[in-house]
Design a protein. Structure first.
Length: 580
């Protein structure tokens, strides 16, 4: 009897293991369908290419009872390197592709009109599987984001002649040298070898003025991050393949206003996202909104909707970037509005380690001890060309110090409102006395400029700039979460009395400003020296003045804003210079 027990025990253990294996396989088969080993899967495509067979068609099994016929449009499969793109017979707007090497292939089978998707993957044993997944986890397709909203009227201003462009695309950059690059392509593009197959895209047909408007709005959406939005192709070509994305504005592809592959910004695939002009995308503001929306998907953002709509239509004048792409003031969101079906933290995803871009470095201090001097002319004039910044994070506050005389402080602080609906920042400003006590504030209760006017006596004061919300987030309002972006300060303050140690306007003049390579310094100084500093306090250049009129070559500095300090006999004159 003991012998029988000893004999049966390993058999029972083996049966138990087999039972578990069978269960695991059964669970896998509910979600995955095995196409076969890697060599087995790619062999027919390699052989077909070697034979140069035209009109290649292959049967693709996706479940035990379901298959599709793939009509191959592009086959670049060879030993150790595989790429294939095709359309699906019998289905409109359906594509199939895979690519990879001897270690495995990845790909997708996408039915855009039918909202169905299958994902192709390879495991460590080099077995290839296909799995049905939610199409919205793989690709964004803007479809009905305009339905139920304002009717689309033909606007003669935006009728396009797509082949008439003669002038060069303006070369624009929002943050030169940033690790992430978002390239806006307007002049047509021939794309092949990726998820979209071969697309010969016609130019967008936008004028240079309209291109600048699109660029400005998209740049403002991504202003808080280490992302250089650009229209210059060489900037994209020289960027890290794992930190760049192309947005193609065109008149050819896709059939709907926009499309993007999720998480493609950092996957090295160089799969572009697309915006098709015409139809509902007539104006630059809508073109910009679609571009920012599709680019957001490439960073990993998903749609913001509610119980009744995949794309949240917004409320009052407020929109969210990952919702509808119609007119309105748009911000990134974490689903605070009523009925939100997506509470993902857009800002955290965009700045997260996966994308490798992060937030921009804070440009100004947030308290009195770390405040920055406001640039004030001797006549008390405050120019926005010298006084500007970015509210880069939800809790960011910028403080500026002012030493003024008796009179009225009149300051206007505006967001990036160069174009209609271009600003993301709802700002509030406060005037503080030398101890930090508030003595006045201004809040436009929306996305307009805030104007501060207050009579003061001689002394030191501080201007605080902050991004704020409006109203009730569960009703017609929004929080300060996505109230981020650029601001500009201008106006007049009462000048303080001049002392013999102060420079006057005729002592030193710096021009041109902005500059693209050289600055002139006209001065009447003896034994003076200068320092060129970044806004973060790093010294990047220094020297001495030896004659009344001097030229400095600054072309080797990265584009951006710098502080130019001139010092002599315990006197200091500081100006901002902009290198573009």
């Amino acid at each position: 009897m003991q012998f029988i027990k000893m004999f049966l025990r390993p058999i029972l253990v083996l049966l138990l293991l087999l039972s578990n294996i069978s269960t695991i396989h059964s669970q896998q088969s509910n979600n995955l369908y095995k196409l076969g080993g890697l060599e087995e899967v790619v062999k027919p495509f390699v052989e077909s290419r070697l034979k140069s067979t035209k009109n290649q068609k292959f049967n693709l099994q996706v479940t035990t009872q379901k298959s599709f016929t793939i009509n191959v449009q592009s086959n670049d499969c060879k030993e150790g390197a595989y790429y294939l793109f095709g359309k699906v017979d019998g289905f409109q707007n359906a594509t199939f592709f895979f690519k990879g090497d001897e270690n495995g292939i990845k790909g997708k089978l996408l039915f855009y009109n039918d909202n169905e998707a299958y994902l192709i993957s390879t495991n460590e044993q080099k077995e290839v599987f296909i799995e049905k997944v939610d199409i919205h986890s793989q690709v964004c397709i803007i479809e009905n984001t305009f339905s139920g909203l304002e009717p689309q009227k033909e606007n003669h201003r935006y009728r396009r002649d797509y082949n008439s462009r003669k002038e060069a695309i303006p070369e624009l950059e929002s943050f030169p040298g940033a690790p992430g690059v978002l390239y806006l392509d307007f002049d047509g593009e021939n794309v092949s070898g990726g998820s979209w197959g071969t697309v010969n895209a016609e130019p967008a047909g936008l004028t240079n003025e309209e291109i600048e408007e699109v660029f400005y709005i998209v740049s403002e959406d991504y202003a808080p991050f280490n992302i250089n939005v650009t229209t210059t192709r060489s900037v994209y070509d020289n960027a890290n393949r794992n930190s760049r994305q192309m947005v193609i504005y065109n008149n050819t592809f896709p059939d709907n206003p926009g499309v993007a592959i999720l998480n493609s910004f950092n996957d090295g695939s160089d799969n572009p996202c697309w915006v098709k002009m015409g139809g509902p995308v007539q104006s630059p503001v809508k073109a910009a909104n679609v571009g920012s929306h599709e680019a957001g998907h490439t960073f990993g953002l998903r749609h913001d909707g509610n119980a009744s709509a995949e794309y949240y239509p917004g409320h009052s004048f407020y929109r969210v970037i990952m919702g509808t792409v119609t007119n309105g003031y748009s911000q990134f969101s974490k689903g605070e509005y009523s009925g939100a079906n997506n509470q993902e933290n857009d800002l955290s995803i965009l700045s997260g380690s996966t994308n490798g871009v992060g937030y921009r470095e804070d440009d100004y201090g947030d308290d009195i001890a770390n405040s920055t001097d406001l640039f004030i002319g001797n006549n008390g004039q405050v120019l926005e060309t010298e006084n500007f910044g970015i509210i880069g994070q939800t809790l960011d506050v910028d403080l500026f110090k002012m030493e003024v005389g008796s009179g009225t402080i009149d300051l206007d602080v505006r967001p990036a409102n160069q174009y209609e609906y271009s600003q993301n920042l709802d700002l509030k400003v406060r005037l503080l006395d030398a101890s930090g006590t508030e003595i006045a504030n201004a809040d436009a209760d929306g996305f307009d400029a805030s104007t501060l006017s207050e009579t003061v006596t001689d002394g030191i004061y501080y201007l605080e700039v902050d991004g704020v919300g409006f109203g009730d987030v569960s009703g017609e309002g929004y929080s300060d979460y996505g109230s981020l972006g650029q601001y500009f300060i201008s106006g007049q303050v009462p000048p303080k009395s001049l002392s013999v140690s102060d420079f006057d306007d005729e002592t030193i003049q710096i021009y041109p400003n902005p500059t693209n390579g050289e600055i002139n310094i006209k001065h009447h100084l003896i034994d003076a020296n200068y320092e060129i500093m970044t806004l973060q306090g790093a010294m990047v250049g220094k020297g001495e003045f030896s004659r009344n009129h001097e030229k400095l070559d600054v072309s080797f500095f990265a584009k951006g804003v710098y502080l130019f300090n001139v010092k002599t006999n315990n006197q200091t004159h500081t100006s901002k210079i902009i290198i573009k």
